[in-house]
Design a binder for this molecule. Structure first.
Ligand code: T3D
Length: 265
């Protein structure tokens, strides 16, 4: 296992799984400009072919996933006074990179995911949470609006009524209810969260990575596309998937009645 450190972040590389931990537990992993810059650098490492990563697992160090933007002295908006500009310069590049990442993302929500920390948690293709974790649209408590793409994601995941309620009231959403609502995929006992998330990430990392990446692009595109546009995107994606070595291997393995050995090629 190799560990790379970035400002307020730690990236552990174990086989084809990269585990990226937000590492500023004293402030519940609140997100600062340093951490955002670290995130971009860490994503460069995640995408570096030399590391051979095929799944990214994101979690938080300590008792929180992330308490959202760092509201203390090193918070982004306190530097410029223009919170909108801070989103464009600091947050959006990270969220766009995650959306485009050429591998599946698992987020392991080990504790509170508040504000833009909740937006980050929901960037997982698979979101798994500890039983004691909760989600919090904290923005209204400090007179801000939801960000990090969550007003796009939330209504699509849980419906407009629930999305509005979460944002307007800013009440805690416990992990169990988030699961009932279809916001997240799985809930585990606290001690089981990381082993379960790692097992899931390992399974995804052993999959046909290029097809999985095309799948995540299809689902990101789906809400904005018409049925016809989506049929067309499926056609183009399938053409690409059908040309991969992993697709040929999958079909060969089926015919030979054995497990496929995918290589992400
Ligand atoms: O400017 C921009 O960057 C624009 C972008 C904005 C996007 C956003 O995310 S806005 C929303 C920002 N987040 C919040 O408003 C949440 C603030 N935190 C809380 O409401 C609570 O901490 C929690 C509900 C998340 C957890 O409560 P609890 O009781 O478990 O923990 P605590 O005691 O409040 O926090 C523990 C420590 O973390 C504490 O420090 P201390 O007293 O031990 O020295 C606390 O101040 C610190 N902390 C928690 N959240 C933040 C934070 N420090 C800086 N920024 C935080 N967001």
């Amino acid at each position: 296992m190799t560990t790379l450190t970035f400002p307020r972040l730690r990236l552990e590389i174990d086989g084809a799984v990269g585990t990226l931990a937000l590492a500023h537990p004293e402030v519940l992993n609140a997100i600062s400009p340093e951490m955002l810059e670290g995130l971009l650098a860490a994503l460069d490492a995640v995408e570096d072919p030399a590391h051979g990563l095929r799944c990214l697992l994101v979690t938080g160090e300590g008792r929180a996933f992330s308490a959202g933007a760092n509201l203390g002295g090193d918070g982004p908006s306190t530097r410029t006074g223009d919170v909108g500009a801070v989103l464009e310069t600091h947050y959006h590049p990270v969220f766009r990179r995650l959306r485009e990442l050429p591998m599946p993302i698992v987020t392991a929500v080990n504790g509170v995911a508040a504000g833009v920390g909740m937006s980050l948690a929901l960037m997982g293709d698979m979101v798994v949470a500890a039983r004691s974790a909760y989600f919090l649209q904290a923005f209204r408590r400090i007179g801000l609006v939801p960000d990090g793409g969550v007003t796009w994601l939330l209504p699509r995941l849980v419906g407009t009524a629930r999305a509005r309620e979460l944002s307007l009231l800013g009440e805690r959403l416990p992990a169990e209810r988030a699961l009932e609502w279809g916001l997240i995929n799985r809930v585990h006992d606290d001690a089981e969260l990381l082993p379960a998330a790692r097992a899931l990430a390992t399974e995804l990392a052993a999959g046909p990575t290029r097809a999985l990446t095309l799948m995540r692009r299809l689902y990101w595109a789906s809400p904005d596309n018409t049925y016809e546009q989506q049929l067309d995107l499926e056609r183009r994606s399938q053409r690409e998937a059908g040309r991969t070595r992993d697709s040929r291997e999958g079909i060969r393995a089926f015919l030979e009645k054995r497990e496929a050995k995918f290589r992400g090629e």
